[in-house]
Design a protein around this ligand. Sequence first.
Ligand code: FES
Ligand code: FES
Length: 156
Amino acid sequence: MPSIRFRLNGVDTEIDADPDTSLLTILRGKLGMTGSHFGCGAGECGACNVIVGDHAVTACDTPLWSVADKEVTTIEGLGDAQKPHPLQRAFIAEQALQCGYCVSGILMSAAALLKQNPDPTAADVKTALDRNLCRCGSHNRMVRAILRAAAEMRAP
Ligand code: FES
Ligand code: FES
C-alpha cells in the first residue's frame, strides 16, 4: 500500500491505504475522527465536510491521494468542550442546532468561510452554507450564530 502524508489538525499524519479511498473513510475508520459524518456519500449533503487548506470539501467524495501534503482540519481540530471555537460557542448561545449529525459539517463550512472572509454579510453566510443540508429549520439561527462568531473573532 502506498503511504500518504498530510497534516491533520496540525499533526503530521501518515497512512498506508489505497489512495482512491475516500478521505471520510480514512478519517472515521483508520484515524478515529468520527466527528465528520456520513450522510449521502455523494457530495450532496455536507455532513462530512472538512477543511482542506482554506476550503470546505466533502470528505466522502474526496480521494485520499488529493490531500497529500495538505493541511486537513476536522471538527476535532476546530475546538472541544474545554476550548470551544467561537463558532461552537455562538451556535450554543443562539441555540442554532437541533441534531448532532449535520452540524459538524455546517461548522466546518462556516469556519472555512471565516478563514476566507472574516467580515461576511448574511448573504455571504447563506451562500457558504448553501450545500449543507439541515432539515430542522435552524437556518436563520445558524446565520445569526456565524455573524456573532465573526464579530467576536474580529474584536480586538
Ligand atoms: S456524506 Fe458527504 S456530502 Fe453527504
Ligand atoms: S441542525 Fe441538524 S437537521 Fe438542523
